[in-house]
Design a protein. Structure first.
Length: 187
């Protein structure tokens, strides 16, 4: 992430947005179960809220500095933080009731790697497990926030097919002006 993006994602403003809009809309009506995987938690604004809703939360963060800081902050709680690449996780098959990600897929450096990540999520979910998330839609301000940064926009109109190709069923993609949410289930 570039400096502007790091500042925004670690800000009180972002935490308020996560609490008031991002998490409620993304997870509306979903039961995540007790053992949940969060992909790309970054500074942990979503992690803080999720950890209060679930029995056990495992976070996979590729950035070593962010993973270390999040691990220190959540020490002693129900959160386990792993510094790994979500496209090749060292987690057992069928371990999780659900997996979630919030505004992180566009940071995965190619569509092919995004698809590998989706396949990994299928692998680590138990049968019937849910994958839910949210990502931003392309806009000029979104592009500016990612200047000199990795940004591979996930196109909502094709994402349903990509989730199905990875092995998910009962896929749902909903849009709002600046973002989209998705829900899918492992058979």
């Amino acid at each position: 992430m570039n400096l502007l993006h790091r500042w925004l994602c670690s800000s009180a403003r972002w935490k308020r947005a996560v609490e008031s809009r991002v998490l409620p809309w993304t997870l509306e009506g979903l039961d995540l179960g007790s053992n949940v995987l969060e992909l790309g938690p970054g500074y942990g604004a979503t992690t803080d809220l999720l950890s209060r809703r679930v029995g056990r939360l495992t976070c996979v963060e590729v950035d070593a500095g962010l993973a270390t800081a999040l691990r220190r902050r959540t020490l002693g709680g129900n959160v386990r933080v792993l510094c790994q690449d979500a496209t090749a996780m060292s987690l057992p098959d069928g371990e999780f009731d659900s997996a979630v990600c919030f505004t992180m897929l566009h940071h995965v450096p190619s569509a092919a790697l995004q698809d590998r990540l989706l396949a990994e999520v299928v692998r680590v979910l138990r049968p019937g497990g849910i994958f839910a998330g949210r990502d931003s839609r392309y806009s000029r301000s979104f592009r500016l926030l990612h200047l000199f940064d990795t940004m591979v926009v996930v196109e909502p109109s094709t994402f349903r097919g990509r989730l199905e190709a990875a092995g998910f069923e009962r896929v749902q993609v909903d849009m709002e002006p600046q973002a989209f949410r998705f829900r899918a289930r492992k058979p």
